[in-house]
Design a binder for this molecule. Structure first.
Ligand code: TA6
Length: 347
């Protein structure tokens, strides 16, 4: 019989289908199985007993995703170094959102609409998708998990639309972290819906004053600190000396975050997400954020792949699909010489 101790606890190298099947068994047969170890994927208890999925790649990189929020809270490289920032004061206490990692903003970015800030899916319990559609672009990923969120009656009171939000979180063979979102309008009343969206990624940096962002120079942006007035970025790469909260428009598909102290460049590649938000609260504003340590702004930088300026409209039956891929390379190139292909290939 499949549900034997041998099957459940031996460190078999399971392919994803088998791993997934084991997870299903775990879900069906109780919480005692939740910490079962398997090659590539593990279902475990996180902070405050919230369920999380741990993805591991054979060379040592890993990622963690909470079912609460469909929220990635950890992404580590082969050396076990954490690449995402999570606040030491993060609540992990539903219905409050988790401060750090990769919150998903949907169906509203920030306060650009009537809903709560950044929408509500980051405050919902997602499920493991038992019937994920084919994801051809991620077929090389060994470790991945598919999550799904559907509109509840409660959601429909605040946003009267039926949707299916499918999220795949995948760890590539080189430790790259890929998030693919598929949002479908499942309204049966024939009505379209409109939304804005962001992967609100908090990167971990060694010192914000020493960080440089390349790929956004000379672009237009809306400044959230000045009533979203439109400006054009001047000069070379972006550096940080105070609070920043900008929505860059029509951005390239690749953005690099150079961390001098770590001698590491974080590369964000995106597909279908034209905008990019850059946020750091700096000291004064950080003190007003209860779930962020006073000095923690120094160690975080949000660079967020987004669709904000031109909201997305989906008719019933239509699906919107977007993707974000994060990777790292050693910092060995200079400002103004950003060649994303070289950055990604590391040569
Ligand atoms: O993405 C930047 C931003 O919208 C900022 O304006 C800032 O408020 C931040 O997100 C955090 O929002 P939150 O609702 O998570 O506190």
């Amino acid at each position: 019989m499949l549900l034997s101790h041998d099957f459940m606890f031996k460190p078999y190298h399971l392919d994803f289908k088998h791993s997934f099947f084991v997870i299903l068994l775990c879900l069906f047969f109780g919480r005692g199985c939740l910490s079962t170890h398997m090659a590539g994927i593990e279902l475990a208890k996180g902070v405050n007993g919230l369920e999380k999925i741990i993805l591991r790649e054979s060379r040592g990189s890993s990622a963690e995703v909470y079912l609460y929020g469909g929220h990635v809270t950890s992404w580590k490289n082969e050396q076990g170094e954490e690449l995402l920032f999570v606040s030491s004061k993060a609540w992990f206490n539903p219905p409050k959102p988790i401060r750090g990692g990769i919150p998903i903003c949907f169906p509203q970015f920030s306060n650009l609409g009537p809903l709560e800030s950044h929408g509500f899916v980051r405050n919902k319990f997602w499920s493991i998708d038992t019937d994920p559609p084919a994801f051809p672009t991620n077929s090389t990923s060994k470790a991945y998990i598919d999550l799904i969120l559907k509109a509840s009656e409660e959601d429909m009171k605040i946003w009267p639309h039926s949707y299916e939000f499918r999220l795949r979180v995948a760890l590539g063979p080189g430790g790259d972290l890929m998030l693919t979102s598929r949002i479908r309008n499942t309204n049966s009343d024939g009505k379209p819906f409109t939304f804005t969206f962001a992967y609100h990624t908090y990167f971990s940096v060694s010192d914000i004053s020493e960080v440089r962002v390349e790929g956004l120079e000379t672009l237009d942006y809306l400044d959230n600190l000045q009533n979203r007035k439109r400006f054009t970025e001047q000069g070379d790469a972006i550096t940080f000396e105070g609070e920043v909260d900008k929505i860059y428009l029509s951005t390239p598909t690749k953005i690099a975050i150079l961390d001098h102290e770590k001698k590491r460049t974080l590369v964000l590649r995106k597909d279908g997400l034209p905008d990019a938000v850059v946020w750091n609260p700096w000291d004064k504003r950080a003190k007003t954020i209860p779930d962020l340590g006073d000095d923690e702004y120094k160690y975080m930088l949000c660079v967020e792949a987004a669709a904000i300026e031109k909201p997305i409209t989906l008719k019933p039956g239509e699906e919107w699909r977007v993707r974000q891929e994060l990777s790292t390379v050693p910092s060995s190139y200079c400002s103004g010489q950003l060649d994303p292909q070289k950055v990604v290939l590391g040569n």
